[in-house]
Design a protein around this ligand. Structure first.
Ligand code: SF4
Ligand SMILES: [Zn+2]
Length: 541
C-alpha cells in the first residue's frame, strides 16, 4: 500500500508541501487506509533510486511547514474513552474510542497506539515534530476526546499534569509544580485548549479550567436554531450558548465554535442565515470556527434515518456553494476558520461529502470568482519576508460582543490591498471606522482586546473593571525563543500591540489590564510589567 502511495507521489512530481500532502491524502483515501506519516514515507523513499525528483520529495516531506506556520506547534492529545451523556443523532460511536471520534483519524490513531497515555502522546509528538525539522519550543496543547467536563476531576488533573510532564520531559510531584517548571522549559505550553459541551460550562468549571492552564475553549454549538438543535437531540439551547459565551469572554478565554452545516431540518438557506447571525448578533461572535459539514457514519442514529431515506445530506455542489458564499459574504477578518473538514477516513462516511481537501476546493472557487476569504487563517503572512516596513500598518477593528467591546488590533501588510489604511483615531483611541471589513491585508500580528462592561460582577474578583487581552499572536515561520530573526515573530510587533492596547484601555477609563496567558508565556509578559495573580497576568496601567 505504501508503495502505491509513493509511486503516485513520484509520478505527480509535487512542487509544494501542500500539494504533496493532498496527493498523500487522496491516494490513501482511495486505498481506504489511514494516510502514512511523513517519516514512514521518507524511510521508504530512501530505499528507492535517488533522483532529483525523489530528493525534492524527501525535502518537502521533511520541511512540511504548515504545522508551525502560525508560529506555534500544535499538539493534539486525546482523553481516554468515556461516556458522554449527550444523545446527538449524528454522533459516531466506536468501541474503545472516545465518543464522536473514529479510528482512522490521524490524532485518534496516534492516541490509541499509545493507549491514550497523556505523557507519551505529548512526548512522542514533540519527538516527531523535531525529527521533521520543526521548532517545538512553543506548543499549543489541544485536548480532544468529546466532553472534557464529563470526565472525573481526578482524571482531568492527572491528564493535564502528565501532559505538562511530557512537555517538561520530567515527572513533577503535582500539577502546579509541573506548570511552574514549564514556565522556563525547553518546550513551553503557550496555550491550552479544552473541548466541551456548552451545558457543562459553569462558573465553577471555568475556575477549574483556569487552574489547569486553559486559555481557549472549543464548544460544540453546531447550530443556533433551537428547532434544529432539538431535532438533532443536542440537549442544549441557543440561550445556553449565549450565556456561556459571555462568561468565557469576560474571563478572557478565546472561544471556538464547532458548527455543522447540513444537519437534519436545516437547508442551505437556513445555514446561511445561521452563519450570518453568528456575526450580526453580538451574543455570539466566536473568535474561531471549526466547520464540520454533517456526514453520516455507521453507528450513529442518523445512519438509520438516512437508510430510511428520511435524511438526504447536501451533495458536494450544494455544500461547496454554501461554504463559498459564507466565506465570501460573512466571515469577518477577526475570525479564524481553523478547520473545514474532520479527518474522517472516506471509507467510514456513508452519506455526505468525502472531499478531504474541502478548504482548497473552496479557496479555488473563491479565486475564480475574484474573491478571497478574509479570515485570519487565509491572511497569515506565513514566512514571506517583508523587505519594507512602510507598508505595514496598524489597523484597528471594533465590534460589540456579549455586552462589551472587542478591539481587534493588527499589523497588516497592505501591499496587496492598497485600499487598506491605518484607522483614524477618535479621542478614546478607537477607530472612527464603523465597518470591520475594510481593506483586510496580510496579517503580520494581532491582539484581541476586550473592554468588558464596567462594574459588573466577574467570576474572578481580580478581573473586575479590568480590560482584557484575550489573544496575542505574531506570524511568520516560528523562531526559537531567544534566537534572532528577521521575520514577524521577533520584530517587537507583540510588544507594540501590548502598548497600544494599554493606551486604548486607559483612554476608555480602565486602570488595569489582564492577559490570559498560557503557562509558557508568563515569563514573556513579565518583561512588560505584568505579574501573576489568580492565574492571570495583570498590570495596573
Ligand atoms: S456531545 Fe459530542 S460526544 Fe456527546 S453525544 Fe453529542 S456529539 Fe457525541
Ligand atoms: Zn479563510
Amino acid at each position: 500500500m505504501l508503495e502505491k502511495i509513493i509511486k503516485k507521489i513520484i509520478k505527480s512530481r509535487p512542487q509544494t508541501a501542500e500539494g504533496l500532502i493532498k496527493i498523500k491524502r487522496e491516494t490513501s483515501n482511495k486505498l481506504k487506509i489511514p494516510a502514512p506519516s511523513n517519516i514512514e514515507l521518507i524511510e521508504k523513499l530512501k530505499s528507492y533510486k535517488q533522483t532529483k525528483n525523489t530528493r525534492q520529495i524527501i525535502k518537502l516531506l521533511r520541511r512540511h511547514p504548515v504545522r508551525t506556520l502560525s508560529g506555534i506547534a500544535s499538539v493534539a492529545v486525546l482523553t481516554k474513552p468515556w461516556p458522554c451523556p449527550g444523545k446527538c443523532i449524528y454522533c459516531p460511536e466506536e468501541k474503545n474510542i472516545p465518543k464522536s471520534y473514529l479510528s482512522g483519524e490521524p490524532a485518534v490513531d496516534r492516541a490509541k497506539a499509545l493507549k491514550f497515555n497523556p505523557y507519551l502522546q505529548v512526548a512522542k509528538r514533540i519527538e516527531i515534530l523535531e525529527k521533521n525539522g520543526h521548532p517545538t519550543d512553543k506548543i499549543e496543547l489541544i485536548v480532544i476526546g468529546g466532553t472534557w467536563s464529563c470526565l472525573p476531576l481526578k482524571y482531568q488533573n492527572y491528564f493535564i499534569k502528565r501532559c505538562f510532564d511530557g512537555a517538561n520531559q520530567k515527572t513533577s510531584k503535582n500539577l502546579s509544580l509541573a506548570q511552574k517548571l514549564n514556565e522556563k522549559a525547553k518546550h513551553r505550553i503557550v496555550g491550552l485548549t479544552l473541548e466541551t459541551r456548552p451545558d457543562f460550562i459553569t462558573s465553577k468549571e471555568i475556575k477549574r479550567m483556569r487552574q489547569l492552564g486553559c486559555t481557549r475553549v472549543e464548544i460544540g454549538v453546531q447550530s443556533i436554531d433551537d428547532k434544529i438543535l432539538e431535532f438533532n437531540q443536542r440537549g442544549i439551547t441557543t440561550e445556553q450558548v449565549t450565556e456561556i459565551t459571555e462568561l468565557l469572554k469576560n474571563a478572557g478565554f478565546k472561544i471556538c465554535y464547532h458548527m455543522m452545516p447540513g444537519l437534519p431540518k436545516s437547508s442551505p438557506q437556513k445555514d446561511y442565515k445561521i452563519f450570518k447571525q453568528l456575526f450580526n448578533d453580538e451574543r455570539f461572535q466566536p473568535d474561531m470556527l471549526k466547520i464540520y459539514p454533517c456526514v453520516v457514519t455507521k453507528g450513529s442514529k442518523l445512519y438509520k434515518i438516512w437508510q430510511a431515506k428520511k435524511f438526504i445530506p447536501y451533495n458536494d455542489n450544494k455544500l461547496i456553494d454554501l461554504l463559498v458564499k459564507i466565506k465570501r459574504e460573512i466571515i469577518p477578518p477577526y475570525v479564524r476558520i481553523m478547520r473545514l473538514f474532520r479527518d474522517i477516513p472516506s471509507n467510514l462516511i456513508e452519506g455526505g461529502t468525502k472531499i478531504s481537501n474541502l478548504r482548497e476546493v473552496i479557496l479555488e472557487k473563491l479565486k475564480k470568482q475574484g474573491a478571497e476569504c478574509q479570515c485570519i487563517h487565509c491572511r497569515e503572512i506565513r514566512n514571506e519576508p517583508f523587505e519594507s516596513f512602510k507598508n505595514i500598518k496598524l489597523v484597528n477593528r471594533i465590534y460589540r460582543a456579549s455586552g462589551g467591546r472587542e478591539i481587534f488590533l493588527s499589523f497588516e501588510d497592505t501591499r496587496k490591498n492598497p485600499s487598506s489604511r491605518a484607522s483614524t483615531r477618535a479621542s478614546n483611541g478607537l477607530s472612527r471606522t464603523s465597518s470591520v471589513h475594510y481593506g483586510a491585508g496580510k496579517l503580520v500580528a494581532f491582539l484581541r482586546l476586550r473592554l468588558p462592561p464596567k462594574n459588573k460582577k466577574n467570576i474572578f474578583n481580580v478581573l473586575k473593571n479590568s480590560a482584557l487581552i484575550r489573544e496575542i499572536h505574531t506570524y511568520g515561520q516560528m523562531t526559537s525563543i531567544g534566537k534572532k530573526s528577521s521575520n514577524a515573530q521577533h520584530l517587537k510587533f507583540g510588544q507594540r500591540l501590548i502598548r497600544e492596547s494599554e493606551k486604548i484601555a486607559l483612554k476608555n477609563g480602565y486602570r488595569k489590564m489582564t492577559i490570559i496567558a498560557g503557562i509558557g508565556v508568563r515569563q514573556y509578559f513579565k518583561k512588560f510589567g505584568y505579574r501573576l495573580s489568580q492565574t492571570y497576568m495583570i498590570k495596573n496601567i
